[in-house]
Ligand binder design. Structure first.
Ligand code: PMP
Length: 408
């Protein structure tokens, strides 16, 4: 296998958790779509923060607080550069993708949504990019429209375009499907929406770990992702918003840190980004996430993308060749995810039999129940890859799967 610039042996040394035994077998971690492992560089950045820099940020006159503030704001610039945002203040730190979508859905609906308006999503969305819009529609009497997918798990773009109507107020789309692995042509989809003056939010939770994302090239109005899926800590995430859009949104959570002046009569709020970051933020999470982005950039996103593509092609060949296996999600453009079902076997049973052999996969509906309904299945077994996975691990996975299927 061509590994481009990616030195797998050296990369794996950075992830001590991968050296563990699970159920007496070497761990084969193929649940990266749920959460990715963290390299030592991230753990060290968090340790350094608590050993040398810990203080509350923004309002301290003392040196330690100023140093913590510098580290926090430097991390914002790291995120800005990573996704090529125009300004650091277009990066809002949230607790994760779910909160980022909630922030936009709630504030956008409050200001712009009226009875009879439409919000357009797709059939392959994660519940986190469905429910906030469903609530917004319920509250405002608006209608949730859904663009369908074909049998391969690709969006039917002609149907999507038909659903962009004068009533559509906002579009929300996954960049990469967590269940199917489909990479959506979001740049073209954004362009189509913009031609009709409709803003677009992209759920990038499953794209950011696998590919270079340029929010300005995409022309995304909002882009959301989670730190923990991109080799950083849990409880931290990003909402990117174009300055003009973030400035149009009303307040979300308010409290300490969001203001200029407060009296009991009225409050003057601060500008971006602090207006959306109420309370003491997840400072170590922000620093850890920035360290994770520095780490993957050190490897290069292009090398990661190329390597994972080869790994996915290899895994697809190996797994689809096993008798009884049906791959769910066979789009032409895919990233990092291999979902499948086996006739006559429940995904959960397969997951447990794989676990007994040290192979960690996820089973179930993957928070995409409407998509399960579309494919008329109750769930899938999902192997999701990261750049530290190897061809040898795929071989172990394939052999374990054959054994699992024989045992029942
Ligand atoms: N969207 C997608 C596509 C996801 O895969 C996930 C996580 N599985 C989420 C949103 C929600 O992410 P989080 O739980 O980190 O908020």
């Amino acid at each position: 296998m061509k590994t481009a610039e990616l030195n797998i042996e050296s990369v794996r040394k950075d992830f001590p958790i991968l050296r563990q035994l699970m159920n007496g077998r070497p761990l084969v971690y193929l649940d990266n779509g749920a959460t990715a492992q963290k390299p030592l560089q991230v753990l060290k950045a968090i340790e350094k923060f608590y050993k040398e820099q810990n203080a509350n940020i923004h309002r301290g006159v003392h040196l330690l607080s100023q140093e913590a503030t510098v580290a926090y704001e430097k991390a914002r610039e790291t995120v800005q550069k990573h996704i090529n945002a125009a300004h650091p203040h277009e990066i809002i730190f949230t607790s994760g993708t779910t909160e980022s979508v909630n922030l936009v859905a709630h504030t956008f609906a409050k200001k712009f949504l009226e009875k009879g308006d439409e919000i357009l999503i797709t059939e392959m969305e994660h519940h986190s990019n469905i429910l906030p819009w469903q609530v917004a529609c319920e509250e405002k009497g608006a209608v949730l429209k859904v663009a369908p997918v074909n049998d391969k798990g690709e969006l039917i773009i002609s149907e999507y375009e038909k659903l962009l109507t004068p009533k559509t107020k906002i579009v929300a789309i996954a960049h990469v499907s967590n269940t199917l692995g489909t990479i959506n042509p979001v740049q073209e989809m954004i362009q189509a929406a913009h031609e009709k003056g409709i803003p677009v939010l992209i759920d990038g939770a499953q794209a950011i770990p696998h590919m270079k994302v340029d929010v300005r090239w995409l022309d995304a109005d909002f882009y959301c992702f989670s730190g923990h899926k991109v080799f950083g800590p849990t409880g931290i995430g990003v909402l990117y918003g174009k300055e003009e859009w973030l400035n149009k949104l009303p307040n979300y959570k308010v409290g300490g840190g969001t203001i200029r002046t407060v009296t009991f009569k009225e409050t003057e709020y601060g500008g971006l980004p602090i207006r959306f970051e109420a309370g003491t933020p997840n400072i170590d999470g922000v620093i850890g996430m920035a360290a994770a982005l520095d780490y993957i950039n050190g490897i290069s996103m292009d090398a990661i993308h190329a390597y994972e593509h080869e790994l996915l092609v290899y895994a697809t060949e190996r797994i689809s060749g096993i008798k009884g296996v049906r791959i769910i999600g066979t789009a032409a453009e895919k990233a990092g995810v291999l979902s499948f079902v086996v006739e006559g076997m429940h995904p959960l049973d397969i997951g447990m039999l794989l676990d007994a052999q040290g192979v960690a996969v996820r089973t179930g509906h993957h928070c995409t129940q409407p998509l399960m309904e579309r494919f008329k299945i109750n769930g899938t077994v999902r192997a999701s890859l990261a750049f530290y996975n190897t061809k040898e691990e795929i071989d172990v996975f394939a052999v374990a799967l054959i054994k699992a299927l024989q045992r029942l």
